[in-house]
Design a protein around this ligand. Structure first.
Ligand SMILES: Nc1ncnc2c1ncn2[C@@H]1O[C@H](COP(=O)(O)OP(=O)(O)O)[C@@H](O)[C@H]1O
Ligand SMILES: [Mg+2]
Length: 271
């Protein structure tokens, strides 16, 4: 379970201080697929980075399974991070490493013996459907295959939580559906809690049990996915749903929130 309690996050200090998250409160239950939906700049990535402590909240608390980890350091921080896998829009694979050695990388960091980490990496590659590609390099794979490698790597330490930050935003709709199916399977079969960050209404609808809509650094509404989409309360979600319907009529496929900054997203840190 992830609890976020009165979390605020500002960048800069003094007169330069800029609050990007404002009084965030939410509880994500174990085993849930929880969506954080919002347009570019809403604060989604900052919020997930506060969950795995890549960023520290300016105030407020983050609790994982009831333990306050807000100020975790050293061994406790390493334990928290090992329990949380993360995947990104740009896959963030190591280009100089084979697929197998990408997946084994987190196990190298914690000094798992070579034979054991290879065995685990092969098991995970089989799980994501890439057993045959162990010796290839990332540049030799399609986007969907690269994201599968990233998913396998994120599972290396057997995490109970996986954070997915725009994980399908660089993929076409067919590949997106396949990756969402895989993530659902990981949620169900491995009982991994998924936090799905997305600007896409269709992704949120497809995979999330519950969704929090975030706008301008605040949660503007939250609820069961179907109820939320059937009866949106916030102006922003009403507008996005109405826009999606119009675009749907024009293009006959699901619309997404426009996002001019998405490709300029900063290089994300792994682990
Ligand atoms: N390291 C940083 N320093 C200063 N401002 C930042 C930093 N990271 C993000 N921001 C700002 O915080 C806001 C939210 O960004 P982000 O969490 O990346 O939004 P999203 O993922 O929803 O697009 C944006 O205005 C962004 O410019
Ligand atoms: Mg982001």
């Amino acid at each position: 379970m992830i609890q976020i309690d009165h979390l605020h996050k500002s960048y800069g200090s003094g007169a330069e201080a800029h609050e990007v998250l404002h009084d965030i409160n939410l509880t994500i239950e174990s085993g849930e697929v929880f969506g954080i939906l919002g347009s570019s700049g809403a604060g989604k990535s900052t919020l997930v980075r506060c969950i795995n402590l890549l960023e520290r909240p300016t105030s407020g608390k983050v609790l994982i399974d009831g333990r306050d980890v807000t100020d975790a350091k050293g061994r406790q921080l390493a334990d928290v991070r090992a329990g949380i896998g993360m995947i990104f829009q740009n896959f963030s694979l190591f280009q100089q490493r084979t697929v197998l050695r990408n997946v084994a990388f987190p196990l190298e960091l914690n000094h798992t013996p070579k034979a054991k980490r290879e065995e685990r990496a092969r098991y995970l590659l089989d799980l994501v459907g890439l057993a045959d590609l162990a010796d290839r390099y990332p540049s030799q794979l399609s986007g969907g295959q690269q994201q599968r490698v990233a998913i396998a790597r994120a599972l290396a330490n057997n995490p109970s939580i996986m954070l997915c930050d725009e994980a399908t935003s660089a993929l076409d709709s067919t590949t997106t559906a396949q990756i969402l199916d895989l993530l659902r399977r990981i949620n169900r079969e491995l009982n991994v809690t998924l936090v799905v960050i997305t600007h896409s209404l269709s992704v949120a609808r497809n995979i999330c049990d519950r969704v929090a809509m975030i706008d301008g650094g605040s949660i503007v509404e939250m609820g069961d996915t179907e109820a939320l989409f059937a009866n949106p309360q916030s102006d922003i979600l009403k507008t996005l749903i109405a826009d999606a319907k119009v675009t749907n009529h024009r293009h006959t496929h699901a619309s997404e929130v426009t996002d001019e900054h998405e490709n300029a997203q900063t290089k994300e840190e792994v682990k």
